[in-house]
Design a protein around this ligand. Structure first.
Ligand code: FNR
Length: 410
């Protein structure tokens, strides 16, 4: 590399497109031993290094995998219609969400038990997210306590995902701890009244939580601990967790209890139907996440992206609507925004980054995603992520085919 090129590279990341420039300037030598920039290829790389049961847990879905495939098909059925010569020299990726300003419309989805794939688990993830300035949504089922993750995050933005346990005192304790530790939104996951029927995990007889991985928020909780004798061993901990975990009796009007426990904004994750989105909002939710849990819950459930326009139309333009399940590339992010999402959550791809290279791997995945989104905006002739709309989309097939139904603004 020439001195000039080295200076350019060392100037540090100032925009998503810097990644591409850095890579080309560093040349083939610079790529040796680096993770691929093809985020769809990370799954195969992770397969090479993870034990089969752990890979099955992460990559697997429920039943036949139909919903996981549908998630991808839903993205592939839409094609982009780029616009030329629109003078797009600067792109603005920022979005405002729940009173928070994000550098890009991307969050890291809650994923449980992350020390199963990397020894630093959620600590490395929150730091990789902080490097990109993007919020990490910490799962209830994390391998490090929410306080430990908050300390590692520093000023990095973070949200907390709640699986509402059957014991309300424990639920309130988790929520209050999250607020006290600087988490700025609460994500209530509602599509998990029972664990999905996942053949890979069943065939391996493997669930990390049952082995005690992913229970740090419980073992560090005063309410949880108070229900156990002081000398309780790991088996007793798992047994008690299994008793209080899960809450199939939860109904919409219980959401008001969250308001008693916290002033944090509440986002309901896992709705696919417009009527459920309306119920979430009517019962006090500040936003919804259209999600089928990455195809891990009800096999045969509709693709998230297919459900997005109707949910957006139902709740109107002022309620934040996020989407996850199947997002793999920067152009996927553009399609989701064009169909009405304010932002997306990225799931497995960042976990593969964590698997392969810890914090640096998470950072790499996020940088690639944003670099591709930035390039997509330029090529679409769109100066701002916020202004992406259905006019950039067309159904696969000859032009003149169906166009997306126009949503009710954002
Ligand atoms: C998840 N997901 C999840 N969701 C949640 O609300 N709480 C959780 O603890 C978990 N745990 C979890 C573990 C693993 C291994 C995976 C892959 C996923 C679902 C997650 O938040 C998100 O909805 C999906 O991962 C999005 O789909 P993609 O991007 O992985 O296709």
């Amino acid at each position: 590399m020439t001195e000039h090129a080295r200076t350019a590279v060392q100037a540090g990341p100032t925009s998503p497109s810097d990644l591409v420039r850095e890579i080309y300037l560093a040349g083939p030598e610079g790529r040796k031993g680096q993770l691929t920039t093809d985020l769809t290829a990370l799954e195969d790389a992770a397969r090479q290094v993870l034990p089969p049961e752990v890979f099955g847990f992460v990559a697997g879905g429920s039943g036949t995998g139909a919903t996981g495939r549908a998630n991808r098909d839903a993205f592939d059925q839409w094609r982009l219609l780029p616009r030329m010569l629109r003078g797009c020299t600067r792109r603005d990726l920022t979005v405002d969400l729940l009173g928070q300003s994000l550098p890009a419309p991307v969050l890291l989805a809650p994923i449980s038990a992350q020390t199963s794939v990397h020894s630093e688990g959620e600590i490395a993830t929150v730091q990789g997210a902080a490097d990109a300035g993007l919020p990490f949504v910490l799962s209830s089922y994390s391998s490090h306590s929410l306080e430990e993750v908050a300390a590692a995050a520093g000023p990095g933005p973070r949200w907390f995902q709640l699986y509402w346990p059957s014991d309300d005192e424990l639920a309130a304790s988790l929520v209050r701890r999250a607020e006290a530790s600087g988490y700025t939104a609460l994500v209530l996951t509602v599509d998990n009244p029972s664990v999905g029927y996942r053949p890979a995990d069943l065939d391996h007889g493997y669930l990390p939580l049952v082995r005690g991985t992913g229970l740090a928020n419980y073992t560090s909780d005063p309410v949880f601990r108070a229900a156990l004798p002081p000398d309780a061993g790991p088996d007793a901990v798992v047994r008690h967790w299994a008793q209080v975990n899960g809450n199939p009796s939860l109904v919409w009007d219980r959401l008001s209890r969250l308001r008693e426990w916290t002033g944090l904004p509440v986002v309901v994750k896992g709705v696919l139907r417009p009527d459920d989105a309306l119920l979430a909002v009517a019962n006090g939710a500040d936003g919804v996440i259209v999600s089928n849990h990455g195809g891990r819950q009800l096999d045969g459930a509709a693709a998230s992206l297919d459900c997005l326009p109707a949910v957006r139309a139902a709740v109107g333009g002022s309620v934040p609507v996020l989407l996850d399940s199947g997002v793999r590339t920067g152009t996927d992010v553009a399609k989701a925004l064009a169909l009405g999402a304010d932002a997306v959550l990225l799931g497995r791809p960042y976990l593969y980054g964590l698997t392969l290279d810890g914090r640096a791997g998470v950072r790499h995945v996020l940088r690639c995603l944003l670099a591709e989104l930035d390039a997509a905006l330029t090529q679409l002739g769109c100066a701002s992520a916020r202004s992406l709309g259905p006019e950039i989309l067309v159904a696969a097939g000859p032009l003149g085919g169906p166009r997306p139904t126009v949503r009710q603004g954002r």
